[in-house]
Design a protein around this ligand. Structure first.
Ligand SMILES: [Zn+2]
Length: 487
């Protein structure tokens, strides 16, 4: 039952630099160029040409950091590269082949095989599967070949052209290059402005302005189990008798939408603050500045003398700090969820929190490492079902289910590809979400669209705590039977 070590937390943050697409592009371009010209670097003159020419590609790196060209927009990334080929007709083919080889080595072997083998025990032969996932992947990670390739091919080509010009003493006329950058910026801006239209709509009001703050708690406890990355229709396909019983005897939200970007730390932060990335400040799994900018459900509970705990992977500490108990993510994936549930029992026994949130990680990890359209993924969902059953039965035996509400959900779905998620591709947007307990309507299906930002205010409502300061989600009143007074 190991917690994540300090080393693991730091290592996880560093890994994110390579895992998230935005920091990856400049790091990869820089690393590739240096490796390719390693032999040149001994000469001071070459070194200074290299540094000077690097300045020439800073603007394009900035543009590609700002605009990630989500989903089908990535197809448009080839246009600037083609324009470059037509106008400058200057290509270092061996550099570009070297970069492409390095990219697939990094994604397919280093990440898809070595990294997953060492961290979660995936087979040494995972590259035989993983290359397909890299080619299909649509999320915002570095494993999105269709986004990363046209980006790094263009940046490397420009950098190399400028570098060669310096070396030959010709120098470069920067005016046309800057003009080209201006074109790319406007092109990118127009594409994102007019074609990127599938972001979920947001609640504009604060919860506290539209809903009366609860006067007393309905539930003594609320247990939230987040089955990370459980894609909705794959959940329906899996054989999950226990979860089905909870779902069918509780209230199920048929159109529960995640937030954008659908990355784990973003989604969790939105769920437990009740608001959106622009407000809580966590905009990707790459957390540049630790801690959220708004109150969380844990702060709300403290105000009424109650306690909430979140048991999850190390990254969640980056946003929600001391309210998080971490589990190590370095463990065979077959052991991960059983280990988490063992730890969950220990926390319930020792700390007995009023709100307890558990992140089950194995389904998500199998999706990422093996793909969501394979049987291994279904199997992990079925294992989660058995583990939740065991946990709830244990809670019951410990006398902790008397007046407890259960909430089962996913933080986001997963698209086909590296099991990627982020840009709300098919399979990511709507998540399984159902509640069960003495105060929850039985056998109800809510068709109306809702958002995961409703999690925090609903938890506050059930536990009699004020809404978190910036909570904007609507309380999920459809599922809640009248208050205790009326019974
Ligand atoms: Zn997740």
């Amino acid at each position: 039952m190991k917690s994540a070590s300090k080393f693991e937390k730091v290592a996880a943050r560093c890994w994110n630099l390579l895992n998230e697409g935005k920091p990856f592009t400049p790091i990869f371009v820089f690393g590739t160029f240096l490796l390719f010209y390693l032999g040149d670097l001994a000469s001071a003159e070459n070194l200074s040409s290299l540094v000077l020419s690097l300045l020439g590609v800073i603007p394009i790196l900035a543009i590609y950091f700002i605009f990630d060209f989500p989903l089908f927009l990535r197809n448009y990334l080839w246009i600037p590269f083609i324009v470059f080929l037509i106008v400058w007709n200057d290509v270092n083919l061996s550099l570009l082949l070297f970069a492409t080889g390095l990219y697939f080595f990094f994604t397919v072997f280093f990440w898809g095989t070595l990294y997953y083998h060492l961290r979660i025990g995936t087979s040494w032969l995972n590259f035989t599967r993983f290359w397909k996932l890299v080619l299909k992947n649509s999320d915002s990670t570095s494993g999105n070949a269709q986004e990363q390739m046209p980006k790094f091919l263009l940046v490397l080509s420009i950098w190399d052209m400028v570098y060669q010009n310096y070396l030959s003493g010709e120098g470069t006329d920067f005016f046309p290059i800057l003009l080209f950058y201006g074109f790319i910026f406007v092109f990118a801006w127009i594409l994102h402005r007019y074609l990127f239209d599938w972001k979920p709509s947001m609640y504009t009001n604060f919860t506290k302005d539209s809903t009366k703050k609860p006067t007393k708690a309905l539930s003594d406890k609320v247990i939230v189990i987040v089955i990370d990355g459980m894609r909705k229709e794959r959940f329906y396909e899996a054989n999950t008798p226990f979860l089905d019983t909870l779902k069918d005897n509780g209230t199920e939200y048929m159109n529960m939408e995640t937030v954008y970007p659908a990355r784990t730390v973003v989604c969790f932060t939105s769920m437990f603050t009740g608001t959106y990335p622009y407000e809580h400040g966590i905009t990707s799994n790459m957390v540049w500045k630790l801690g959220i900018k708004v109150e969380s459900i844990f702060d709300s509970l403290r105000k009424v003398g109650k306690k909430g705990r979140l048991l999850g992977i190390a990254h969640l500490v980056d946003s929600m700090g001391d309210d998080v108990e971490t589990v190590t993510a370095v463990m065979h994936n077959d052991q991960a969820d059983p280990n988490i549930m063992k730890r969950a029992k220990k926390i319930m026994k020792e700390q007995d929190p009023d709100l307890f949130i558990v992140q089950m990680i194995a389904t998500d990890q199998t999706g990422h490492s093996r793909g969501v359209l394979y049987d291994e993924y279904i199997q992990k969902i079925e294992e989660a079902d058995a583990l939740v059953k065991d946990f709830v039965e244990w809670l019951d035996a410990e006398g902790k289910m008397e007046n407890t509400t259960l909430c089962i959900c996913a933080d986001h779905g997963q698209a086909d590809g590296i099991g990627g998620h982020g840009h709300l591709d098919e399979g990511e947007r709507y998540v399984p979400f159902f509640m069960h307990g003495p105060h929850i309507e039985r056998g109800k299906k809510v068709e109306q669209k809702h958002s995961l930002v409703s999690m925090a205010p609903t938890l506050a409502y059930l536990l009699g705590a004020p809404f978190p300061s910036h909570s904007r989600g609507e309380v999920l009143v459809d599922s809640i039977k009248e208050s205790r007074d009326s019974e």
